[in-house]
Design a protein around this ligand. Structure first.
Ligand code: HEM
Length: 431
């Protein structure tokens, strides 16, 4: 089990081997801490949905606490419920529709700086783009000057996360996790970006109806508003959860398209037919059906969030198995999405398996594919992310082919998210 948390160990291969050799449920005692790895759709549904009241986030999420504090991803109980209710309206269908123009506009701006034959790291470009979009749409903030700081800090945090998560699972919660100077500096840099957004808005007093205005105006029953610390935690959570994940989907999609020219051709054909050179708008989304299946299939092979963890408050049952209280349950999208029982030829990039006329999709159990999680803690930004991913993919692929150098090695870095370890160097070709 130690190899799961070794940054240099092959975590993914190890978990795959566990699932394939030991089956649907694998129980460990990890230096006395009970943990089980669950690989069956109905068991996953049981943990995330049916028995969700018996579960909180697993102890390893604590490794994110010094960055995300008590924001929506990590909070629990009444506090979480209240914050979710407060934030939810910003993600309602009607509201996110208004974000479409900003998404396409920011992408156009990026493309204006691209040229034929240019080489760049496409993952870095996607991270910048999605960071700008989440900051503008949710907090009406311009972070273009701080983007480099955010990228650098995230690289440090992501590199250190697995080991921190392993320690967090083992150590009692009252033992602080060790911190290196590098990690402290990285967290400090991110904090500076967030606090400067809050400060600027407090100073301007401008309330534009965005999420930050809502946060600044909200009061509890005693008339007390959110503290700067709470504001920081929610903004940081939405920034990080909302940009790195979507950037990962797009980066891996470019990587897959670069290796599958027949899929790329089909995508270009749809974009030509539906858009004919126009910038896509919200009204085009229902017609970009193949584009949507390309993204779905990309998230099957490279789920941006590759693992979810829960801890049981009291003993529970999964099928015929009785499990003790305090068990940490590990659920991996990455492993489940490649299970040949549900996905024939699991390694093949085949967007058509998601087409409405394909019988393979109809027989799929609910939790064989769950890139956004499920139950009450399902991703709040799923609609936002899918709209953004379709719009960005369509806008960029209309103008450029992203060429991956032949034989280019790109490996997965399983951290909080599943990012390409050293980016993805590409050459841009104007279409
Ligand atoms: C393709 C992109 C995305 C993927 C794959 C993704 C995936 C997920 C998953 C799997 C969870 C559940 C974690 C758990 O159960 O422990 C989650 C939660 C969350 N996501 Fe996303 N996410 C994406 C985009 C976004 C965006 C765009 C935002 C916001 C702008 C966002 C904000 C959040 C938040 C705040 C939570 C915590 C929700 C709660 O516990 O109430 N995500 N996401």
């Amino acid at each position: 089990m130690g190899s799961v948390f070794e940054p240099k160990g092959d975590t993914i291969r190890y978990l795959t081997k566990c699932a394939r050799e030991y089956g649907d449920i694998v129980f460990f005692r990890f230096l006395g801490v009970p943990a089980c790895f669950v690989n069956r759709p109905d068991y996953i549904e049981s943990v995330l949905v049916t028995q969700n009241n018996n579960f909180v986030k697993s102890k390893d999420y604590r490794a994110m606490r010094r960055v995300l504090g008590n924001g929506l991803l990590l909070s629990e109980g009444e506090f979480w419920r209240r914050q979710r209710k407060l934030i939810q309206p910003a993600f309602h269908q009607g509201r996110i529709a208004a974000y479409a123009e900003i998404m396409a506009g920011y992408t156009q701006q990026m493309l204006a700086s691209w040229s034929d034959g240019q080489t760049l790291d496409i993952h870095e470009a996607m991270m910048r783009l999605t960071l700008g979009i989440v900051a503008k749409t949710l907090f009406d903030a311009d972070v273009s000057h701080e983007a480099e700081d955010v990228d650098a800090a995230l690289a440090v945090l992501m590199g250190k996360f697995l080991r921190q998560a392993g320690l967090a699972l083992l150590l009692p919660v009252w033992v602080p996790l060790p911190t290196s100077q590098l990690l402290k500096r990285a967290v400090g840099r991110l904090d500076k970006v967030i606090y400067s957004i809050i400060e600027r808005r407090r100073a301007s007093g401008q309330m534009s109806g965005d999420l930050l205005s809502v946060f600044l105006q909200v009061q509890d029953d005693e008339g007390v508003g959110m503290t700067d610390r709470q504001l920081h935690d929610e903004i940081m959570t939405l920034f990080l959860a909302g940009h790195e994940t979507t950037a990962n989907v797009l980066s891996w999609t470019w990587f897959l398209l670069g290796q599958n020219p027949e899929v790329e051709e089909k995508l270009f054909e749809e974009l030509n037919r539906v858009l004919g050179g126009r910038v896509p708008t919200l009204a085009d989304l229902p017609k970009l059906i193949y584009t949507d299946t390309v993204l779905r299939e990309s998230m099957r092979l490279y789920p941006p969030v590759w693992v979810i963890g829960r801890r049981a408050l009291s003993p529970f049952r999964l099928g015929e198995y009785e499990l003790p209280a305090d068990t940490n349950v590990l659920i991996s999208q990455l492993i489940m999405h490649k299970d040949a029982r549900y996905f024939p030829e699991p390694q093949r990039f085949d967007p058509d398996r998601w087409s409405a006329s394909d019988p393979r999709g109809a027989s799929l159990p609910r939790f064989a594919y769950f890139p956004f999680g499920g139950g009450p803690r399902v991703c709040i930004g799923a609609g936002f992310a899918m709209m953004e991913a379709v719009l960005l993919l369509a806008t960029i692929a209309q103008q450029f082919r992203i060429q991956i150098a032949p034989g280019q090695q790109v490996s997965m870095q399983p951290s909080v998210t599943l990012r390409p370890r050293n980016g993805i160097p590409v050459t841009l070709r104007r279409r």
